[in-house]
Design a protein around this ligand. Structure first.
Ligand SMILES: [Zn+2]
Length: 475
């Protein structure tokens, strides 16, 4: 019995223990369930507000007010995902909601150019209507300067846009010429107003309408006398979408399908203007005696910041130029100390030794503790196949970030390429990607000469320096 009793008590104790465990387990499970439900609910109901709260802490007003963010915030606000939590977002929403005025040229008693029963005012109105429709689908606040077939003086239209504090003003017209073979798309803007950025708007609208239609792109024309472009307080341009005097274009413009292509191009141009792609312009192998300063002059004039992967040897030789790079707000990274592939890539140790020399030089001369580097010849090349992985591991362990490139001027391969060739290479290799890391060299003469034109040739890109927030591009 005794034995049985002990066994019994043992069994009972065991049962009690198990019950105790079960009780604790139930508690844990219950608490976990409550936690999971609470987290899920919190996540679902405040996904957007959490984003905003996080941004409110880390993002400054200037970032929130940039065009891309403005559009994102506006779209989120209109779709009800976000609520306004501070002044910066309120301002961003106001900015994003500012109206884009699409102006169908002429109207009422003013028919514009007329060929038979084809009237410019009607074609303008039909295209403008489609542009507004497309912009609204994209999430923009767009309005027509005239809705029906009414006469409104062009000065009054511009006054109205100014009074509304419009974001952009785009006027749509048709062209005419005594020589009936003349055809193509022509965009006008006022170059004298440098701050308005009207030229970039004109370039993008011209570029996108040519792309959408396959029509001939004529030259951009600057005319400081033109009413709609010079009297408007906001970026503005006027597009002549075709020549009614040209039989083929007259036929094209009479078709709804073609007018839709034009409208598509205008809307895309406006969208690219307000929501540009990003290009990180990077220069290797400098500083050089003559060309780095030329490059810096252009960047300064255009208020653009870039990234320079410098060579230690030349930083010691041209310390003032290296200092200028930093003083003018560009990012400085390490390329190498001496541009000698065989020596650098003979082992991990020799790579590190060369890198450290360049790093120390940059630090001593500019005070910058470089975070970024670029491998001479790129991260994988003919000289480093056996060691590149070990070098990358070692460099990343030390906390350095490297960038290769996904577009290039091709100015290292062939030093004799003309400026036109270099620009063509850059545009072709960028391939319209949303994020481009562009490789250039500030020791090549034609690169320095081509820089201004190159920047103009890629109007859909906003140029930024590399920062820790930029996703590295690797081969
Ligand atoms: Zn190089």
């Amino acid at each position: 019995m005794y034995g049985r009793t002990r066994r019994f008590y043992r069994a009972q104790r065991r049962r009690e223990e198990i019950r105790g465990y079960m009780g604790t387990l139930m508690w844990i499970v219950t608490v976990l369930c409550i936690l999971i439900v609470a987290i899920t609910m919190a996540f679902q109901t405040s996904k957007a507000s959490k984003v905003i709260a996080a941004e409110a802490v880390t993002v400054d007003t200037s970032v929130l007010l940039d065009e891309k963010n403005v559009t994102d915030v506006a779209q989120a606000v209109t779709s009800g995902q976000m609520f306004i939590t501070n002044k910066a977002q309120e301002q961003a929403m106001i900015e994003a909601n500012r109206v884009i005025i699409i102006d169908p040229g002429h109207g009422g008693i003013d028919g514009g150019c007329v060929f038979g029963d084809i009237m410019e005012k009607e074609i303008n109105r039909k295209i403008a209507y489609r542009v507004v429709q497309k912009l609204r689908i994209m999430g923009y606040n767009a309005q027509l300067a005239r809705k029906g077939d009414q006469y409104i003086d062009k000065a009054d239209r511009v006054d109205m846009a100014n009074a509304q504090n419009a974001r952009l003003y785009v006027s749509i017209h048709q062209n005419s010429c005594e020589i009936d073979s003349v055809a193509g798309i022509e965009t006008w803007y006022d170059e004298s107003d440098e701050t308005s950025d009207s030229k970039r708007l004109a370039m993008l609208i011209q570029q996108e309408t040519v792309k959408a239609t396959g029509a001939t792109g004529r030259e951009l024309v600057s005319d400081p006398e033109m009413c709609v472009t010079s009297k408007s307080a906001m970026p503005a341009c006027l597009i002549e979408t075709g020549f009614l005097s040209n039989k083929k274009e007259r036929e094209n413009l009479s078709s709804a399908e073609y007018r839709d292509q034009i409208a598509e191009g205008i809307a895309n141009g406006i969208d690219l203007y307000l929501n540009p792609k990003t290009m990180y312009l990077t220069f290797d192998d400098g500083p050089s005696e003559e060309y780095t300063d030329m490059v810096l002059d252009v960047l300064k004039e255009k208020n653009i910041k870039a990234t320079f992967f410098v060579i230690g040897e030349y930083v010691r030789k041209y310390p003032e130029t290296a200092k200028r790079i930093v003083d003018e707000g560009h990012t400085i990274g390490i390329h190498c100390d001496v541009h000698d592939y065989q020596q650098i890539y003979s082992s991990v140790d020799s790579y590190i030794e060369d890198f450290e020399k360049a790093y120390n030089t940059v630090y001593e001369i500019t005070g910058v503790e470089a975070q970024f580097f670029r491998f001479p010849g790129g991260s994988v090349n003919a000289y480093n196949k056996t060691v590149y992985q070990d070098i990358i591991t070692e460099m990343e362990a030390r906390g350095f970030v490297y960038y290769d490139w996904n577009a290039s001027l091709g100015d290292a391969a062939k030093n004799t390429a003309s400026s036109e060739e270099l620009i063509r290479n850059a545009v072709d290799t960028a391939r319209g990607r949303r994020e481009v890391v562009m490789l250039a060299h500030d020791r090549v003469d034609n690169t320095a000469y081509a820089l201004e034109e190159l920047i103009d040739a890629l109007p859909e890109y906003r140029i930024e320096p590399l920062t820790m927030n930029v996703q590295p591009v690797h081969f």
